[in-house]
Design a protein around this ligand. Structure first.
Ligand code: HDE
Length: 709
C-alpha cells in the first residue's frame, strides 16, 4: 500500500499560505554558480588542459581519442534550438504578483483570492516579426507573456501590447505570419511589415483593419516595456466557487504610463542600440527601479453576452473601457533578472492552455486554435514532450501523473504502476474532485449545440466600426503619426495596386480624411467614398485608447543626459542630479569623449559615456549646465550641437543653463514648454521636470519636422 497522503496530491497544497516566498527559492536548486569550482567534463572528470587538443607530437595530427575535445565540440555543435516561429526576439524578467483583495465573487483561483500571497511570475516581452537577433525598436506588435507559478499550477497569460488581433480564425494564422515575415525569395525585410506581402494580405483581408490601426499607431514603437499596456486579447471566463461564470478581459496597466518613441528615433535606435528595450528592462531591474503593472479585469455578466454591437468572441474587437470599466485587482512587480538567457528566457514555454481552476476559455475561434499551437510548437523547439520539466517551466507546486519517458526525461519516477486506475501503488496519483478550493480543474459546463460547419458568424462581419473608434479617439498628433506610418509603410510597397486597394477598400472605410491624406502622400487619386456597408456603432470615441491620456504623472525611471563639457558649472550639475534622484529619474554624465572633464570648481568628473556611445536617442531629456566656456565648447563640436538638435527633433525636454541659452537661437530652435533656458539649474528645474512629465513636447512637432538631424 502507498504511504502517500492527500497533501501530496497535485494541487492540494493550495491552502499553504506561508510558503509562497519560499517557492521562489525552489528555482535555486537548478542554478549553477561555478565560482571556486574545478573545470570538469560533463561526467565530472577534472580537466587538466583546456587549451590544447590531444596530438601525436607537438606538430602532429589530432587524435580521435580526445574525448574531452570531442565532448566540448559536440555540445557546441548542438547549442542552438529552433527559434520561436513568431515572437523570436524577446527578453524576460522574474517577479511576483499580489492580488489586492479576494476576488471570491468572481473566481475561485487561489492566487486571486489571497492578498497575503506573492505568486512568482516570469514575464517575457517580445517583438513578433523579426528573428532572435533583430532590433527591439521596430514597428511591430509586442508580446507580453506572463507565467504565474501558482499553488494550483501554472497559469500563462500570453498576451500582447494591443487589445485586438489581425484575424478572427486560427486557420488564417499561418497566412498572416507568412505574409508579414521576410519575403521568401530574398528574406527581406527583417523586423518590418513595410513590404508587399504584408500589405497585400491585409488589404485583401478587411478583418485586419482594426489591428493594423494599432500597428500604425505609436503603440507599435513603445519607449520601454515598462511603458506598455498588456492585454489578454480574447474574452476568457472566470468561475467562482459556486460555479457561477462571468466573461472577463484581462489588462495590464503600467504604473509608468504608456509612452512611445517617435518614428525617426525608433529607426535610429534600431541601428545604434538594437537592444534598447532589452537593455532598459535589465538596467532598471539591476538599479532597483522595478517595473510594475496593475492587473485589471473588465467583467461582463453572462446575461450581457449579446448586449454589445460587437461579438465578445471576436478577437478583432475590444470592449471599450467607457462601456465596461477596468477594475484594478492586483499588482505585478518585476524585480529580478534571469541568470541565464538561454536556460530561462529562450527555454520558457508559454501556453494559453496552462490554466488553473477558476479561469476558463471561451469559444473565440482564435483562442481555440491557440490551444493547439503552443504545445505543438514546443515539441519541436524544446525537443519533445518533457519541456515542462525544464526548470523555468516546472510548476512550483507538486505535479504527479503517469506520463513517462521521452527524450530528456528528468524525473526518476518510483513505483511500478504508471497507469490509472491501479491497485499496485495504492491507486496513486489520484484524481481530485472539483471543489471550492484545492479541487481539480473542471471545465465550465457551457451548454453546446450546433451544426457542423465552416462558417464565420454574422456577428463577426463588421470590420470597420472599431477601427474608426480607434482613429476617432486619437489626439491630433497621434493621428499625424498614423498618417505618416501608413504613408511610410505603403510607400515601401512596390505594387501600386496594393497601395490603391489599402487606401480605397480599407482606409476609406475607416475615415476619409485618413485615406485622403495617405493617398496624397502616395501620389494616388483621393478616394471617392466608402465601399463597405455603413454600420452605426454606439460609441464614437474612447478616450482610454489615446496615449495622450495615459501619462504616469511623474518622471520615475526617465533617463536624462547631463552634458559634461570643460568648465561646466558644478552647482548646476549637483542641483539637477539631486532633483532627478528625488524624482526617481536616472541621469548620466555625457562628455565629448570618455576622458575626464574639469568643472567650474576645479574638480574633475568622469563622464559615464560619450556623445558617440550614448547619443541623445538613448535619453528622454538633455540638460546642459552653464559655466564659462561651455557654450563655446559646444559651438566648436558638431556632435555636441547635433546632440541638442536631435533631442529637439525628437521633441524632448532640453534645459540650457547660463550662456548656453544662446545656442537655441543660433540653432534656430524655438523656445517652448520643453526648450528651457535660465541662468541656473535652480531656476528651470521645476519646468524641466514638468516638461519631462509630459513625455514629449507634441506642440513642437510641426517645427521639428524641419530639423535635418
Ligand atoms: Fe501566439 N504563438 N499565436 N499569439 N504568441 C506563439 O508559441 C499562435 C496570438 C503570443 O514569449 C508561438 O512558443 C497561433 C495572439 C505571444 O514565448 C506559436 C495564433 C496573441 C507569444 C503561436 C496566435 C499571441 C506567442 C511561437 C492564432 C495575443 C510569445 C512560439 C490562432 C493574445 C510567447 C511559441 C513567448 C508565441 C501561435 C495568436 C501572443 C507558434 C496559432 C492572438 C506573446 O505557438
Amino acid at each position: 500500500m502507498s504511504t502517500k497522503k492527500p497533501s501530496q496530491v497535485a494541487g492540494s497544497n493550495a491552502l499553504d499560505r506561508a510558503n509562497s516566498n519560499a517557492k521562489l527559492e525552489q528555482l535555486e536548486q537548478w542554478r549553477e554558480d561555478a565560482t571556486d569550482e574545478a573545470l570538469t567534463s560533463n561526467t565530472g572528470v577534472r580537466v587538466a588542459d583546456n587549451q590544447n587538443t590531444l596530438k601525436a607530437g607537438e606538430r602532429g595530427p589530432s587524435l580521435l581519442e580526445d574525448f574531452l575535445m570531442r565532448e566540448k565540440i559536440t555540445h557546441f555543435d548542438h547549442e542552438r534550438i529552433p527559434e520561436r516561429v513568431v515572437h523570436a526576439r524577446g527578453s524576460a524578467a522574474h517577479g511576483y504578483f499580489q492580488v489586492y483583495e479576494p476576488l471570491s465573487d468572481l473566481t475561485k483561483a487561489d492566487f486571486l483570492n489571497h492578498p497575503e500571497k506573492k505568486t512568482p511570475v516570469f514575464v517575457r516581452f517580445s517583438t513578433v516579426q523579426g528573428p532572435r537577433g533583430s532590433a527591439d525598436t521596430v514597428r511591430d506588435v509586442r508580446g507580453f507573456a506572463t507565467k504565474f507559478y501558482t499553488d494550483e499550477g501554472n497559469f500563462d497569460l500570453v498576451g500582447n501590447n494591443m487589445p485586438v488581433f489581425f484575424i478572427q480564425d486560427a486557420i488564417k494564422f499561418p497566412d498572416l505570419v507568412h505574409a508579414v515575415k521576410p519575403e521568401p525569395h530574398n528574406e527581406i525585410p527583417t523586423g518590418a511589415s513595410a513590404h508587399d506581402t504584408f500589405w497585400d494580405f491585409v488589404s485583401l483581408q478587411p478583418e485586419t483593419a482594426h489591428m493594423v490601426q494599432w500597428l500604425m499607431s505609436d503603440r507599435a514603437i513603445p519607449v520601454a516595456y515598462r511603458m506598455m499596456e498588456g492585454f489578454g486579447v480574447h474574452t476568457f471566463r472566470l468561475v467562482n466557487a459556486e460555479g457561477r461564470s462571468v466573461f472577463v478581459k484581462f489588462h495590464w496597466k503600467p504604473v509608468s504610463g504608456v509612452c512611445s518613441l517617435v518614428w525617426d528615433e525608433a529607426q535610429k535606435l534600431a541601428g545604434k542600440d538594437p537592444d534598447f528595450n532589452r537593455r532598459q528592462l535589465w538596467e532598471d531591474i539591476e538599479n532597483g527601479d522595478y517595473p510594475e503593472w496593475e492587473l485589471g479585469v473588465q467583467v461582463i455578466p453572462e446575461e450581457d453576452e449579446h448586449k454589445y454591437d460587437f461579438d465578445l468572441l471576436d478577437p478583432t474587437k475590444l470592449v471599450p473601457e467607457e462601456l465596461v470599466p477596468v477594475r484594478p485587482v492586483g499588482k505585478m512587480t518585476l524585480n529580478r533578472n534571469p541568470d541565464n538567457f538561454f536556460a530561462e528566457t529562450e527555454q520558457a514555454a508559454f501556453h494559453i492552455g496552462h490554466i488553473v481552476p477558476g479561469i476558463d476559455f471561451t469559444n473565440d475561434p482564435l483562442l481555440q486554435g491557440r490551444l493547439f499551437s503552443y504545445t505543438d510548437t514546443q515539441l519541436l523547439r524544446l525537443g519533445g514532450p518533457n519541456f515542462n520539466e525544464i526548470p523555468i517551466n516546472r510548476p512550483l507546486c507538486p505535479f504527479h501523473n503517469n506520463q513517462r519517458d521521452a527524450p530528456h526525461r528528468q524525473t526518476i519516477n518510483k513505483g511500478r504502476a504508471s497507469y490509472e486506475p491501479n491497485s499496485i501503488d495504492g491507486g496513486w496519483p489520484k484524481e481530485t474532485p472539483p471543489a471550492a478550493s484545492g479541487g481539480g480543474f473542471a471545465s465550465y459546463p457551457e451548454p453546446m449545440s450546433g451544426v457542423k460547419l465552416r462558417k464565420r458568424a454574422d456577428s463577426f462581419a463588421d470590420h470597420f466600426s472599431q477601427a474608426r473608434l480607434f482613429w476617432n479617439s486619437m489626439a491630433p498628433h497621434e493621428k499625424e503619426h498614423m498618417i505618416s506610418a501608413y504613408s511610410f509603410e505603403l510607400g515601401k510597397v512596390e505594387r501600386r495596386e496594393i497601395r490603391e486597394r489599402e487606401v480605397n477598400e480599407i482606409l476609406a472605410n475607416i475615415d476619409l480624411v485618413l485615406a485622403t491624406r495617405v493617398a496624397e502622400n502616395l501620389g494616388l487619386p483621393a478616394p471617392v467614398g466608402t465601399t463597405a456597408a455603413p454600420v452605426t456603432a454606439a460609441l464614437q470615441d474612447s478616450p482610454a485608447l489615446s496615449q495622450a491620456n495615459l501619462l504616469p504623472g511623474n518622471i520615475r525611471s526617465r533617463k536624462v543626459a547631463i552634458l559634461l563639457l570643460p568648465g561646466a558649472d558644478a552647482g548646476d550639475i549637483s542641483h539637477i542630479i539631486d532633483v532627478l534622484n528625488r524624482e526617481g529619474a536616472m541621469s548620466k554624465l555625457i562628455g565629448p569623449s570618455s576622458a575626464a572633464v574639469r568643472t567650474s570648481d576645479g574638480n574633475t568628473l568622469m563622464p559615464d559615456a560619450s556623445f558617440a556611445t550614448m547619443p541623445s536617442i538613448a535619453f528622454d531629456a538633455v540638460f546642459v549646465p552653464g559655466g564659462a566656456g561651455v557654450a563655446d565648447a559646444l559651438r566648436a563640436d558638431g556632435s555636441g550641437l547635433h546632440y541638442l538638435m536631435e533631442a529637439y527633433k525628437h521633441l524632448k525636454a532640453i534645459a540650457l543653463c547660463g550662456d548656453t541659452g544662446a545656442l537655441a537661437g543660433e540653432l534656430r530652435l524655438k523656445p517652448d514648454a520643453g526648450l528651457l533656458s535660465a541662468a541656473t539649474a535652480k531656476e528651470l528645474c521645476a519646468d524641466f521636470v514638468k516638461a519631462m512629465g509630459q513625455h514629449r513636447v507634441w506642440a513642437r512637432e510641426p517645427l521639428a519636422m524641419a530639423i535635418p538631424a
